[in-house]
Design a protein around this ligand. Structure first.
Ligand SMILES: [Zn+2]
Length: 270
């Protein structure tokens, strides 16, 4: 192609792009900041790393990036995604630290239709297992920290249920138990899991066009449980499990994009 023709082609390919944008957010990232506890680093809604695998010494932030890159790659190669004209964007592609607002901004700037943050869980007993989806609940009692409604909670929940079900089913051949998989909300009557990042996204969606997006945080599995860590991250399964999860997420996103009609206008929180 000659140079002027190439420029015209590039200009048109940019201008004419209108397919759905999917933002995949690899949780955490960057380095621990000296003299700050991990808790204080959460002030911006995002910490450098939370869970560490019980075996193999793998950090959540590195796994989140690996899995997110696998999802983006599988999405780009998916004939269904291509037919939809959909494109996946990562909030980070290296070991860097982003604030929760910085992550949300990527979705807002791109008028994303899907915002999916990928994490790996831990529990105080180190025995919990199962895939979890986290969403902002429909309503929060007045005594709770978050005093806004999520008018899109049912849509978020349906998407989260789909992702969680697909991921848990994909992990079953490796050792996962789909009966332990579930979606939980952040209000106390709805699971009560306080995920700073997902709340920040809930805030960011108010008064922005992020309302077009379904917003969820996925915890693939509890990597601090030695049993899970062994079947998920052992050399026998590690690559296969990641590929299976990536394919499961791509299927869920395509199902969603093919069936979802985004709300036509933002509704004000009360
Ligand atoms: Zn996390």
């Amino acid at each position: 192609m000659s140079r002027p023709l190439l420029w015209i082609f590039l200009l048109f390919s940019t201008l004419s792009y209108g397919g759905p944008i999917v933002v995949i957010d690899p949780g955490h990232g960057g380095k621990w900041v000296a003299k700050k506890t991990d808790g204080s680093q959460k002030g911006n809604g995002s910490s450098w790393n939370n869970a560490t695998a019980a075996t193999f010494g793998i950090l959540e932030k590195d796994l989140a990036l690996d899995y997110s890159q696998a999802v983006a790659k599988a999405f780009a190669a998916s004939p269904r995604a291509q037919k939809l004209g959909a494109k996946a964007i990562l909030t980070r592609n290296s070991d860097t630290s982003l604030s929760s607002m910085g992550r949300a901004a990527v979705a807002v700037e791109n008028t994303a239709r899907v915002f999916l943050s990928i994490h790996f869980n831990g529990s105080s007993s180190h025995t919990a297992e199962g895939t979890r989806g986290y969403i902002v609940s429909k309503d929060h009692p007045h005594w709770e920290f978050m005093h806004f409604v999520n008018p899109y909670a049912e849509r978020d929940r349906a998407f989260s249920d789909l992702v969680v079900k697909n991921v848990a089913t994909a992990l079953q051949p490796f050792g996962g138990d789909p009966s332990k998989a579930k979606t939980v909300g952040d209000s106390k009557g709805d699971g009560g899991h306080l995920k700073d990042g997902i709340r920040t996204l809930g805030f960011a969606r108010q008064d922005t066009h992020l309302y077009q997006a379904v917003v969820m945080l996925l915890e693939v599995e509890f990597i601090d449980n030695p049993k899970v860590s062994n079947w998920l991250l052992g050399t026998k399964n590690r690559d296969k499990a990641r590929q299976a999860v990536a394919a499961a997420i791509v299927t869920a996103i395509c199902d969603h994009l093919e069936n979802d009609t985004p709300p036509s206008a933002p509704r004000k929180a009360r």
